[in-house]
Design a protein around this ligand. Structure first.
Ligand SMILES: Cc1cc2nc3c(=O)[nH]c(=O)nc-3n(C[C@H](O)[C@H](O)[C@H](O)COP(=O)(O)O)c2cc1C
Length: 203
């Protein structure tokens, strides 16, 4: 494989993993790639927890399953429930990976609002949530270039509070769960929007 564009184009979300452990030097390289991402004012308001402990990973998946069941009990909309039930498995498959990385950001009030003493910008945490996205993508690309599969998952955030408790993520917000391992599948590329449609609006 050669070049960053090839790495970007051939990366896929991998959801099936071989059980062999991910070596420590690979874990270090993945985290180093994540930490190399750009961030507003170079604040690096992020935090990564790499979990290889099977019991902890299972407890994380159990908490996601329980929250899914709680949500199902609460929902009265049958149609939404059927749709949700069909993809709930996409929230928990991370438990089959030998390594699971919890990507967090450190929440902060919007600094422009703090400076002005009034709400100029509606969102807090925009810089933090976008920067953690860049870090996650770096990590996914690094995994792919090193011969490992990974997947960016927000589904498990349904159990954010309980996962934060399990991993002791005090003061952090969980942005994604990323299972990593040797791929046990070769996913096909999901269709992308055509570039000419994306560039239809030229102002
Ligand atoms: C913010 C975000 C959240 C995602 N959450 C999940 C998830 O919870 N479960 C899952 O199976 N895939 C998840 N994905 C992966 C997407 O389904 C996947 O990126 C998309 O289908 C395109 O496929 P590709 O990554 O192979 O190009 C997520 C991706 C992103 C960027």
């Amino acid at each position: 494989m050669s070049g960053i564009i090839d790495i970007i184009k051939t990366r896929r979300s991998v959801r099936k993993f071989a059980s062999q452990p991910v070596p420590d030097e690979i874990i270090t390289a993945l985290l180093d790639a994540a930490l190399s991402a750009p961030s507003a004012s170079n604040r690096q308001s992020w935090h990564f927890t790499a979990v290889s402990n099977r019991a902890v990973i299972k407890a994380m998946a159990d908490s996601v399953r329980e929250e899914i069941e709680n949500l199902k009990k609460e929902t009265e909309n049958e149609e939404a429930l059927t749709a949700f039930s069909s993809y709930a498995g996409y929230f928990t498959f991370f438990e089959t990976a030998p390594l699971v990385i919890a990507a967090c950001f450190i929440p902060r009030p919007n600094y422009i609002n703090a400076l002005a003493g009034r709400q100029i910008r509606p969102e807090d945490n925009l810089e933090q949530t976008t920067a953690i996205g860049a870090a996650i993508q770096n990590l996914l690309l690094a995994a792919h270039s090193l011969g490992y599969g990974a997947c960016w998952m927000s589904g498990p955030l349904i159990a954010e509070k309980r996962i934060s408790g399990l991993l002791k993520l005090d003061g952090l917000r969980l942005a994604a769960i990323i299972p990593v391992g040797a791929a046990a599948e070769t996913p096909r590329q999901p269709k992308r929007k055509d570039t000419d449609k994306l560039t239809a609006r030229i102002i």
